[in-house]
Design a protein around this ligand. Structure first.
Ligand code: SAH
Ligand code: SF4
Length: 343
């Protein structure tokens, strides 16, 4: 029998899975609280009898991550982790000091099957989905390593969260548990490349998280040339889903727009972008593109990025230019795992 990832269970599910042992209720609560506190083994549950811990060991395992490599930015203290999973796969997470608190950027899959041309995460496709427990473990490990409480999470690391829908929803349920990380939905952002059926499903949950859409190009031909997902769901379908999402949840959407020199920085793009999101409750986040070894996408120079922003704002849009953190440690996701694979 395959062992069960105990970190991915909520209190009810754990209790159901322990039914066969007929434990007193306080014991089940005790075990649950240890799990949520982020222990990595039953041996650490010091107030649980050893005979019971042995039985639990036979049925459950802990989704854990081990620090395989760690890079610390000399510029801003951002920490980039290469984590090794139990099956020997690698993922990346980033720990940032940001917005008066600590933020962890987590991965949701090992690799990614969306195939965006500018992204290092998708180069070899997807190996597998992460469990909710493995998503939590990244935050627990980063918090432990830095000796702080993490207040914000962005699901913007490797992988497409809406392509791992069930586990991502489970993660959102568990990360808010006061017995554990206690990170509320309002402190969480989920980023998608535009998996439209997932956006509709997410709207049904009506969660107070921030939804980010990786837009990157406002013209179908351009977007399809770098993001294959656009061939499945084009911009009209994507914007329709976004409008539905805003209507159902009443929440502002954030559009991510990575500026790539000579590709999506034209006046035509500015006009199209402004027209497309006109009247929408949204925010545009401009990201100077991060160079990836395997491609030749580059950000325009700073002046051009600022001009792009000014022109967009002249259409009445609210925009920001994302602060680049950890520029010296290649902090955009997927790149560290690539360099490990290329060794
Ligand atoms: N799969 C999801 C979330 C992870 S990617 C998504 O695509 O939204 C997180 C963000 O990094 C996305 O906005 C993605 O488009 C962006 N990104 C990927 N490679 C990049 C690069 N080389 N430079 C700048 N942003 C990049
Ligand atoms: Fe996957 Fe996001 Fe990278 Fe696209 S940008 S390949 S969806 S991780």
């Amino acid at each position: 029998m395959d062992k069960i990832d105990i970190k991915s269970l909520n209190a009810t599910e754990l209790s159901e899975n322990l039914d066969y042992l007929s434990l007193p209720k306080f014991r089940v609560t005790q075990i649950y609280e240890w799990v949520r506190r982020g222990v990595g083994s039953f041996a650490e549950m010091t107030n649980v009898p050893a005979t019971l811990r042995e039985k639990l060991d036979d049925k459950f395992y802990f989704a854990d991550v081990k620090i395989a490599r760690k890079l610390v930015s000399k510029l801003d203290g951002t920490v980039k982790y290469l984590f090794e999973l139990a099956d020997g796969e690698f993922i990346e997470s980033v720990f940032m000091s940001y917005h008066h608190g600590y933020t962890v950027c987590i991965s949701t899959q090992v690799g990614c099957r969306m195939g965006c041309k500018f992204c290092a995460s998708g180069i070899n496709g997807k190996a597998r989905d992460l469990t909710a427990g493995e998503m939590l473990a990244q935050i627990e490990a980063a918090a432990r390593d830095n000796g702080v409480r993490v207040s914000n999470v962005v699901m913007m690391g490797m992988g497409e969260p809406l392509d791992n829908f069930r586990n991502s929803m489970k993660f959102l349920e568990l990360v808010g548990d006061e017995k554990g990380l206690g990170i509320g939905m309002r402190h969480i952002s989920l980023s998608t490349s535009g998996v439209v059926d997932g956006i509709y499903k997410l709207a049904e949950y009506n969660l107070p998280i921030t939804l980010s859409i990786s837009l990157h190009a406002p013209i179908d031909e351009l977007r399809s040339s770098v993001m294959p997902v656009n061939k499945r769901w084009n911009l009209a379908e994507l914007f329709k889903a976004c409008k539905d999402y805003i209507k159902v949840t009443g929440r502002r959407i954030s559009f991510e727009y990575a500026l790539i020199d000579g590709f999506n920085d034209s006046d035509e793009c500015i006009k199209k972008l402004a027209e497309s999101v006109k009247g929408m409750l949204c925010h545009i986040n401009l990201i100077p593109a991060n160079p990836v070894v395997e491609n030749d996408f580059r950000s325009p120079e700073r002046k051009k990025v600022e001009d792009f922003q000014k022109k967009l704002e002249s259409y009445g849009l609210t925009t920001t230019i994302r602060r680049t953190l950890g520029a010296d440690i290649n902090a955009s996701c997927g790149q560290l795992r690539r360099s490990e694979a290329n060794k």
